[in-house]
Write a protein that binds this ligand. Structure first.
Ligand code: PEP
Ligand code: MG
Length: 556
């Protein structure tokens, strides 16, 4: 009998197919003792397994490219962490088998991370994945991860590690559903980059039996278990109609009455450029440069390496706009050479611009590399700082850009409520604002973006978040400057109309979302978007805001 479940839709599209579960079994090796003369051999086995798993992660990364590559390489480095390996050796020396030594050493490290604060939830999933891979290899059992199947399927997992998400073959994996994760989690961002329909934060999805047919709507977050023939036909025809409507709308982003809203792409490096061009992105609204830094957490990439990566992206958009965000390290993206190791709450610690101001040499090299990369290109380069809290931050960043001789517009991301509240003051120092709604929601609602249990508060339709967007956009308009959105909020077509109505001047998102946003925007006038925005702000909850905007835009 058909039943309906509802999670959070994070990547558009419809997927209908049989369920396959991710191999998630935690492999707990028996705690047997080995004789002392076997310790050396076991240590060698452990090291070999670590090396093989790290090499496999790097190879998967090479295959995947783009943002995924950097995430996988960071996981490979996690596997090779010298302190972890030393701990494994110590445990084997006192009688553990290789697999048990690895298992226990990772458990100790995991506890350390977990005690360091909630923000590490995402990293813990990555760490567990690395541990499972090493232990599986030592035990000689199949690797956990994406199931082997020649037939297309809908993947269900508790949570997806970046290593798995990156390897999802869009021709086999029709869509995926996870029990954990929020709309701004890494998995959700990667799903959009891949263009695979996805629903997250659906507790109970794990109980759907293997082989059951489900229909997943990545836009509404609904899952129909054992859908009736009528339901399937209805969803398939709605999906086909949507695809046809999407391909019929082309060109620059605009409302139906011609109000232009440039549609830009979020990229993590040159690997993401082809998809952005294919989707007709008018430029890049967020180049997450930290992915270039995750290769080696002990030092920054050389100026030459940075110039090369920046130039490859800048060259792809002649006469277009490319907004580069300087390194956003810390919290969920710690870098050994920048991030303090002992912060009690790293999401509220020295991260983003704060860590760059503590390491002016790293910022200077990055700005110089950007300046060199843009030399002689007709591109409109804009450079922005993450995690700007106040005018002093904005001034320090603008001063650093000027000192580096950068020929570009300088901007500030609005990710902290204080920046939205005092946007006009920040605009005295910089030329544009870009709303990072993922972190802005996290800090407004005190809700960790990696934690599925608080995804309700990460919903970008929350009226309080819309109020902060409105404040920022109004401040920019009053100063005659621009204010874009580059957080995941921009990828929701209906919300994109609301953001436009709030006065946002550009929208930047994962490439796969661009056609959806373009088509929806083209159906409504600017005045309708304005009315939808007012209705959403007048609501008391995210769900009410969504319904209120929907009612206005559908002419009810
Ligand atoms: C944001 O916080 O909305 C943002 C765009 O930055 P990131 O997701 O990389 O933190
Ligand atoms: Mg952010």
């Amino acid at each position: 009998m058909e039943t309906t479940l509802r999670g959070v839709g994070v990547s558009h599209g419809v997927a209908i197919g049989e369920v396959r579960h991710m191999g998630t079994a935690v492999l707990e090796p028996p705690a047997k003792q080995i004789p002392a003369d076997e310790a050396e051999r076991e240590q060698g086995r452990a090291r070999q397994a670590v090396e093989a798993v790290a090499a496999d992660l790097v190879a998967r990364g090479n295959l995947a490219g783009g943002e995924a590559q950097h995430v996988l390489e960071a996981q490979a480095m996690m596997a090779q962490d010298p302190e972890l390996i030393a701990d494994v050796d110590r445990r084997i020396a006192v009688g553990s088998t290789a697999e048990r030594g690895v298992y226990d050493a990772f458990a100790a490290y995991r506890a350390l991370l977990a005690n360091a604060g909630e923000y590490l939830a995402g990293r813990v999933a990555d760490l567990d994945d690395v541990r499972n891979r090493i232990v599986a290899r030592l035990l000689g059992v199949p690797m956990p991860g994406v199931p082997d199947s020649d037939e297309p399927y809908v993947l269900i997992a508790r949570d997806l590690a970046p290593a798995d998400t990156a390897l999802l073959d869009p021709t086999l994996v029709l869509g995926f559903v996870t029990e954990e994760g929020g709309p701004t989690s890494h998995s959700a961002i990667l799903a959009r980059a891949l263009g695979v329909p996805a629903v997250v934060a659906l507790p109970g999805a794990g109980e759907i039996a293997e082989g059951t047919v489900v229909a997943v709507d990545g836009s509404t977050g609904e899952i129909f278990v054992e859908p009736s023939q009528e339901k399937r036909a209805e969803m398939e025809s709605a999906s086909a109609a949507r695809r046809a409507a999407l391909s019929a709308v082309t060109g620059p982003g605009a409302t139906s009455d011609g109000h232009k809203v440039p549609l830009l792409a979020n990229v993590g490096g040159p690997g993401d450029v082809p998809a952005a061009l294919e989707a007709g992105a008018e430029g890049v609204g967020l180049f997450r440069t930290e992915f270039l830094f995750l290769d080696d957490s002990k030092q920054a990439p050389s100026e030459e390496k940075q110039v090369e990566a920046y130039r490859a992206v800048l060259e792809a958009f002649p006469e277009g706009r490319v907004v580069v965000r300087v390194l956003d390290a810390g919290a969920d993206k710690p870098l050994e050479f920048l991030t303090p190791a002992d912060e009690p709450n790293p999401a509220l610690g020295v991260r983003g611009l704060r860590s760059l101001l503590d390491h002016p040499d790293v910022l200077r090299t990055q700005l110089t590399a950007l300046s060199r990369a843009a030399e002689g290109l007709p591109v409109y380069l804009e450079v922005m700082a993450p995690m700007v809290a106040d005018r002093a931050d904005a001034k320090a960043f603008a001063d650093a850009c000027r000192e580096a001789g950068l020929q570009a517009k300088f901007g500030a991301m609005v990710e902290i409520p204080s920046a939205a509240l005092r946007a006009r003051s920040i605009l005295q120092e910089v030329e544009f604002l870009s709303l990072g709604t993922n972190d802005l929601a996290q800090y407004t609602f005190a809700a960790d973006r990696q934690v599925g249990a608080v995804s309700r508060l990460q919903d970008p339709w929350q009226p309080a978040l819309l109020d902060l967007v409105a404040l920022s956009a109004e401040a920019a308009r009053a100063e005659g400057k621009s204010c874009g959105v580059c957080g995941e909020a921009a990828s929701d077509p209906l919300l994109a109309c609301v953001l436009t109505g709030l006065g946002v001047t550009s929208l930047s998102m994962g490439a796969a979302s661009i056609p959806y946003v373009r088509a929806t925007l083209a159906k409504h006038t600017l005045a309708q978007c304005g009315r939808a925005a007012s209705a959403a702000r007048a609501a008391d909850s995210a769900d009410e805001a969504r319904l209120a905007a929907q009612a206005v835009l559908s002419g009810e």
